[in-house]
Design a protein around this ligand. Structure first.
Ligand SMILES: [Zn+2]
Length: 391
């Protein structure tokens, strides 16, 4: 799933070049110290599918990007675990898949009670992180999971899910996706009802993956701040999944947060072509149901994440996206949404979540104040969680 190079020397970020080993270790130690005191939110990781395939998150794995030991090494205390339902699950099958993923996370909570706990409010996140446990906030990826039925949305809320992207890689029956041919000119009337119901329940509207028109339609309807949980800067890598400067300004006006994606195509334009082809191959729809569809999903994930891809993007490129987002949207509107375990390859230097201190060391070297880095490392998204969930 990821390359297994653990040495930061082989992928030394430019801005840590020219300093000797001792200074580099000092920079990483300073980053770790700051991160130990931060909330540590990554607003989008897709690790639940690996749990579905039988992996124990309590163990440190040589493959994949995230598990409990690597969250601790990376000082990321409050991941948002996405229940990602591929778009080839539709209707009742999409509901079943969402519940299966929720059940998989429950098994993690039950098995590792001493290490990880479900959070459904900002107060929960703060309490659990303070207790030195991993705070798991559950999100849904893909509005097709509600099968065009607000009752499903309400049931997901009752099961502890507190955020949902309106689409994934294909249009839903009520919202256009950024990687599909426009069908509804943004949000339909029912789509607007979904946004209002999410506001009423206290679920965060996540505008990652939606088309630009859906983005602006949702902002016109919502009365609460939104997040774009895992997208990057279109001005640097011009792919539809990234956001434009105008979208960044609209997001800041809403009080929302853009969280930077580490996937190679999101970060570096030279890698972007690979991202486009990956998005297409994932969206082929088989006419399968039940166990056969589940097995198809497993094979699809293995194909998507099992490949070895050469990547141009580096941790410095990721820092450039953070810089640009801060410049346009402002320091109060930027976060981290790595997309770990949901991307075929990440930027060099950020091979998995344990490498997060490298990014923070680069940002420190670029002159960010510690208080500003703490905003990026969770305080901004925590503010949205508090405003939306009400506590
Ligand atoms: Zn995604």
């Amino acid at each position: 799933m990821s390359t297994n190079t653990s040495s930061i020397q082989t992928v030394l970020p430019k801005n840590l070049h020219g300093i000797d080993q001792a200074n580099r270790e000092n920079a990483l130690a300073q980053a770790r110290k700051l991160m130990a005191e931060a909330v540590g939110i990554d607003s989008h990781i897709d690790t639940v599918q690996r749990v579905m395939m039988g992996e124990d998150l309590g163990d440190r794995h040589a493959t994949g990007h995230v598990d409990i030991p690597r969250l601790r090494e990376g000082e990321m205390h409050a991941p948002f675990f996405s229940l990602w339902v591929p778009v080839f699950f539709q209707g009742a099958e999409a509901v079943r898949r969402t519940l299966d993923l929720r059940d998989a996370m429950q098994s993690v909570f039950d098995q590792h009670k001493d290490q990880i706990e479900l959070a459904t409010t900002a107060a929960d996140i703060e309490r659990i992180v303070k207790a030195r446990k991993i705070s798991a906030f559950l999100t849904i990826e893909g509005g097709h999971t509600i099968a065009d039925d607000l009752r499903m949305l309400r049931m997901y809320y009752r099961l502890g899910m507190r955020s949902m992207t309106l689409t994934h890689a294909r249009n839903t029956n009520w919202a256009d996706s950024s990687s599909d041919t426009p069908l509804h000119n943004g949000l339909t009337e029912f789509g607007k009802e979904v946004v209002r119901e999410m506001n009423r329940l206290g679920m965060i509207v996540d505008l990652a993956h939606v088309s630009d028109k859906t983005f602006y339609d949702a902002l016109a309807v919502t009365t609460k701040p939104v997040i774009v949980s895992h997208s990057s800067m279109r001005v640097i890598s011009d792919v539809p999944r990234n956001v434009s400067d105008d979208m960044l300004r609209a997001l800041a006006d809403n009080g929302g947060v853009i969280a930077i994606n580490f996937g190679m195509g999101f970060i570096n334009p030279m890698d972007a072509e690979k991202l486009k082809s990956a998005t297409h191959s994932e969206a082929e729809a088989p006419t399968l149901t039940g166990k056969a569809l589940d097995e198809y999903a497993t094979r699809n994930a293995q194909k998507l994440f099992g490949q070895r891809v050469s990547v141009v993007a580096t941790v410095d490129d990721v820092a450039d996206h953070v810089d640009h987002a801060v410049k346009i949207a402002g320091i109060d509107h930027v976060g981290i949404g790595s997309d770990f375990d949901g991307i075929a390859a990440t930027a060099n230097g950020l091979e998995d979540i344990s490498k997060m201190p490298t990014l923070v060391a680069v940002l420190l070297k670029r002159g960010y104040a510690e208080s500003d880095l703490k905003k990026i490392l969770g305080e901004n998204v925590l503010r949205v969680v508090r405003e939306v969930t009400g506590e």
